[in-house]
Ligand binder design. Structure first.
Ligand code: SF4
Ligand code: FES
Length: 250
């Protein structure tokens, strides 16, 4: 396939960016999208030009690093799929493909297609964990968890922290991400002691980072590669309301 890539190039967060044409010849339909970008970078390198900076790590849909808006859709056209799992067979000869970084106030562009997602780390540090006392670790099966609750916790725990939900939301809200991180503990006995403190601290940090509020567009759910349901946002809001009305130590 011959393709025309229109790639966002930006030297640093303060520089002006622009879409730059990168023609690609003989692209195999069996290549992954990131392999296609690797080859594009090899060609730029041979020509003595700067390669395109883009984030990636596992390339198997589990780390959350890959983060491209492809033809206007975070992670591209396939539902429930990360950019690294997208293959070129999804495109056809002659296609023009626009590739942009996540765009959100809380995710400033570092270079080209790479954005700073450290805001997610700071939200996590506020409560995305359970405190465990020192001593002998309890046997994992010693605490019974109803099957339904375990399933709900595991559904939420699939979030890989990629940030596509933020990129898709016209409010730049990270409520699906925070909801997933809150919900994965709210359904487990281990998450109960810090449950209400956690939800208040994480939402406060979400707001302090400059993410917007959720107004139920549900674009986040539509693009989430792990198909996290907006149910987690409703659960989080319920816990938050209870915490602020009754106190975070309820
Ligand atoms: S909720 Fe989905 S889209 Fe948002 S960070 Fe987690 S995996 Fe990515
Ligand atoms: S590179 Fe790890 S999820 Fe895509």
């Amino acid at each position: 396939m011959n393709l025309l890539l229109k790639v966002w190039r930006q030297k640093n967060k303060d520089a002006a960016g622009a879409l730059v044409d990168c023609p690609m010849a003989d692209v195999s339909p069996d290549m992954s999208f990131l392999e296609m970008l690797d080859i594009c970078n090899e060609q730029l390198h041979v020509k003595g030009e700067e390669p395109i900076a883009f984030d990636h790590d596992c390339r198997e849909g589990i780390c959350g690093m890959c983060s491209l808006v492809i033809n206007g859709v975070p992670h591209g056209p396939d539902h429930g799929t990360t950019t690294c799992q997208l293959h070129m067979r999804r495109f056809k000869d002659g296609d023009v493909i626009t590739i942009e970084p996540w765009r959100a106030r809380a995710f400033p562009v570092i270079r080209d297609l790479v954005v700073d997602r450290s805001a997610f780390e700071r939200i996590q540090r506020k409560g995305g964990f359970v405190s465990v006392g020192t001593g002998h670790a309890p046997d994992a099966n010693a605490i019974p968890v109803p099957k339904r609750e375990a399933d709900l916790a595991m559904d939420a725990a699939q979030c890989i922290g990629c940030g596509a939900c933020v990129a898709a939301c016209k409010n730049g809200s990270a409520m699906l991400f925070v909801g997933a991180k809150v919900s994965q503990y709210a359904h487990l006995p281990q998450g109960q002691p810090e449950r209400y403190r956690r939800v208040v601290a994480m939402i406060d940090q979400h707001d302090a980072e400059g993410f917007g509020a959720c107004t139920n567009y549900q674009e986040c759910e539509a693009v989430c590669p792990k198909e996290i349901s907006v149910r987690v946002i409703a659960e989080m809001n319920r816990d938050y309301l209870r915490a602020v009305l009754v106190g975070s130590e309820v």
